[in-house]
Ligand binder design. Structure first.
Ligand SMILES: *Cc1c(COP(=O)(O)O)cnc(C)c1O
Length: 386
């Protein structure tokens, strides 16, 4: 179905932070397949893990214990707030899982009437029926019938509105610590702390959607860590699989107490291939000093990006975000900048609020940052004088 509109570029090969088209033309990939190829294209660690797994066993189903799944879950739990993990296949599916955990938590604790989730304007949680209702975008809901019941949306960053939206039917709050599709809009760290407090006060679950912001993207394993808080439930995907379709629901054992045998499932979720990919990503991201190195290169990129804002203020009005999840608020239409940068050999991704997103692989170095900045400089200069 032509749900993506027309596309002109095709890539036949990837290597590190670069993609190549059929003519051999090289593009610096600061989109990373929308924050997915976290350890770069064709990372040798990933290639070896997948080749070995494919040659051993690709799929068995969750009727049987999958050692790679146990290993991945143990590593995620050892390095986060979580006690338990459920693996699925995408971000939307992870968000659906989060919503189910929150509803089940309340039902399990004697409150089946608490089924509603509070979400934030500008949110994006996926394209399934429940997640378009959660996201609340009129464009995404149009023509797909009555929105799935049980979502209440509040204005961005407004804690009073969020507290006022909590009722006797609320199961939890679902928020992105940094809105991705909404335009790299970071939530104030104090706001995140206040959401945590409100959730505790009312006995509802704090659920974070870290599908885009997680797995090292901001220089911590998960972005909520910057606020010094822990959520009850978390959705992960995108960078988690590094290119294999994987999603995960992470939760405390209290939050997931109702998720007993038979309550949720997936045929593919956590299969040996996707778990080989997750473990390869974790081999890189959890290695000693890696997240520190992400913070270092992110600070370097941020400084250079601020320099572009100072130099081309009509094209790049400001830069925002955290770590290697940065967005320029654009002057001209963001699509124009993205297209011109692509023409000059740099891939970026448009986002809401007229933002141009940079989501490079976490493994980039200074040379790649310098190259990206030089291309954006040239691009902005041409646009500013056009
Ligand atoms: C991309 C994204 C999703 C949806 O993930 P899919 O894998 O496309 O289903 C959900 N939440 C956030 C924050 C995302 O960035």
């Amino acid at each position: 179905m032509p749900t993506y509109g027309e596309r002109t570029l095709t890539f036949v090969r990837g290597e590190g932070a670069y993609l190549f088209d059929a003519t051999g033309r090289r593009f610096l990939d600061f989109g990373a397949g929308i924050a997915v190829t976290s350890i770069g294209h064709s990372n040798p660690i990933m290639v070896k893990a997948l080749q070995e797994q494919a040659a051993t066993v690709m799929h068995t189903s969750n009727l049987y214990l999958i050692p790679g799944q146990v290993k991945a879950a143990e590593r995620l739990c050892a390095n986060s707030f979580a006690d338990v993990v459920f693996f699925g296949n995408s971000g939307a599916e992870a968000c659906e899982g989060v919503i189910k955990v929150a509803r089940k938590y309340q039902a399990h604790n004697g409150h089946p009437e608490r089924y509603r989730m509070i979400t934030v304007e500008g949110a994006f949680h996926g394209r399934t029926l429940a997640t378009i209702a959660a996201g609340g975008s009129a464009k995404h809901l149009e023509g797909f019938g009555p929105p799935t019941e049980g979502f209440d949306q509040v204005p961005f960053g407004n804690m009073n509105a969020l507290r006022n939206a909590i009722t006797g039917e609320t199961a939890g709050v679902l928020i992105e610590p940094i809105q991705g599709e909404g335009g790299i809009r970071p939530m104030d760290l104090d706001y995140l702390r206040d959401v945590r407090k409100a959730c505790d006060e009312f006995g509802i679950l704090m659920c974070v959607d870290e599908v885009q912001s997680g797995v090292g993207r901001t220089g911590k394993l998960f972005a909520h860590e910057w606020a010094g808080i822990t959520p009850d439930v978390l959705a992960s995907a995108k960078g988690l699989g590094g290119g294999m379709p994987v999603g995960a629901v992470l939760a405390t054992k209290e939050a997931a107490a109702g998720m007993v045998a038979g309550t949720h499932g997936s045929t593919y979720g956590g299969n040996p291939m996707s778990m080989a990919a997750v473990n390869a990503v974790l081999d890189v991201v959890l290695a000693d000093g890696f997240l520190d190195s992400v913070q270092d290169i992110a600070a370097y990129l941020r400084e250079k990006a601020e320099g572009l804002v100072a130099k081309h203020p009509t094209v790049f009005k400001s830069v925002r975000g955290a770590g290697l999840m940065l967005g320029f608020v654009a002057g001209p239409p963001n699509g124009e900048i993205v297209a011109a940068a692509t023409e000059n050999g740099l891939l970026t991704v448009p986002a809401g609020d007229n933002v141009v997103r940079m989501l490079p692989p976490l493994t980039i170095g200074r040379a790649e940052v310098d190259e990206a900045i030089a291309i954006l400089d040239k691009t902005a200069a041409a646009i500013a004088t056009a």
